[in-house]
Design a protein. Structure first.
Length: 370
């Protein structure tokens, strides 16, 4: 086994959801520029005398039972607190919940990092394998689109998949409930406008998490090769960070260009310019993970766009083009996707693009034995 210690540092807010949505006044309260995640049981037990129904038979919501500074200074009433607040003040306004452990400490699942590495390996390995790209290779199922191409790149089935040899642990290290978290106001941007506001719990920038990556060397022995047949791609895993960085650099070039052409997105264009000029070590890579990574960060990206007519067929078949009635019809060669998900800063009631989501720096250090 070759084992690497992994350090992941967040560069922008990172959101990896747990599938839940938190509801304002039910699950959290807002006060003084902070969001308070409720311990509903403690609140209801302490405020039982206030649980009186109105004429319509409706009982007060948990957050409305907290009225004083003393209430908000009672730590037992809250699981954790976050800087930032949702833009909506309505009861039942939603916030996408961040994945956390049973102690409410955020972490990044190993599957999220491994998925991003798999995407980078597929993109960088494409020209070595040279899989045939046609409509049949993509398939008809949205859930399994491109599975035929993945099998050409990584192996014909899960038992003979190259990434069977790559094990990625969860990345953790935060020890207090809500530590390292923030609330993010996000929106979907086109080059000229912002829409679709979304509120997220996220790991804030400048947070370091730790884990491990293991390459199972046994699976590359001559004995294993008789069954697995992927030793000719062992170098993909040995070049893991270099390939991840190559993929990210190509994306950074395109992203910098996209934001430079947008209106009011100077802060993000500057960020991408800095990323392009960053000095990255040989055992490190910039990567984008989680919510906001976008279509180009989770697919075969440019390789699917080499045939403009075929790509337009895919866009149409899988209904990937989301547009309003006023949007002009797509034609082969048009940019795709046409929008990005971005963290916003709200000032004087107006939202301005502040930062992309999901960018991290991943560094590996081989673990010595002895």
């Amino acid at each position: 086994m070759t084992v690497f210690e992994v350090t992941l540092k967040t560069l922008t807010p990172v959101h990896i959801g747990d599938g839940d949505e938190l509801r304002q006044d039910f699950d959290f309260a807002v006060r003084g520029g902070r969001t308070y995640r409720l311990n509903e049981e403690a609140v209801l037990e302490s405020k039982e005398a206030l649980l009186i129904s109105d004429r319509g038979g409706q009982y007060p919501l948990p957050a409305t039972l907290l009225k004083t500074d003393a209430d908000f200074n009672t730590t037992s009433f809250f699981r954790y607190t976050l800087s930032g607040i949702p833009r909506s003040r309505k009861s039942d306004a939603r916030v996408k919940s961040l994945i956390k452990d049973v102690y409410d400490c955020p972490y990044i699942p190993g599957s999220s990092l491994k998925g991003a590495l798999r995407t980078a390996l597929a993109w960088t390995g494409w020209n070595e394998v040279k899989p045939k790209l046609d409509r049949g290779a993509i398939g008809r199922s949205r859930s399994w689109a491109g599975q035929g191409l993945e099998r050409k790149l990584f192996g014909p089935d899960p038992n003979r998949d190259l990434l069977r040899a790559l094990r990625v642990s969860d990345l953790a290290g935060l020890t207090r409930a809500g530590e390292g978290m923030m609330l993010v106001n996000a929106q979907v941007l086109t080059r000229k406008s912002a829409g679709s506001p979304v509120e997220l719990e996220a790991i804030r920038p400048e947070v370091a998490l730790n884990g491990s990556i293991t390459i199972d060397d046994v699976l590359f022995t001559s004995f294993a090769e008789r069954e697995l047949h992927f030793a000719n791609r062992e170098h993909w895993l040995r070049e893991l960070m270099a390939r991840a960085q190559k993929h990210s650099f190509a994306r950074l070039v395109k992203l910098a260009e996209w934001y430079e052409r947008g209106e009011g997105y100077e802060a993000i264009a500057k960020f991408y310019g800095q990323m392009l000029n960053a000095k990255i070590g040989a055992n490190a890579a910039l990567m984008q993970i989680g919510w906001g990574a976008g279509w180009d960060g989770k697919t075969l990206w440019t390789h699917l766009q080499t045939d403009p007519q075929l790509f337009e067929q895919l866009v149409n078949d899988f209904r990937m083009h989301k547009a309003t009635r006023e949007s002009p019809p797509r034609k082969p060669g048009d940019p795709f996707p046409r929008s990005k998900r971005t963290a916003m800063v709200v000032k004087d009631g107006a939202a301005k693009a502040a930062a992309p989501l999901g960018w991290v720096l991943v560094e590996l250090k081989e673990k010595t034995h002895g």
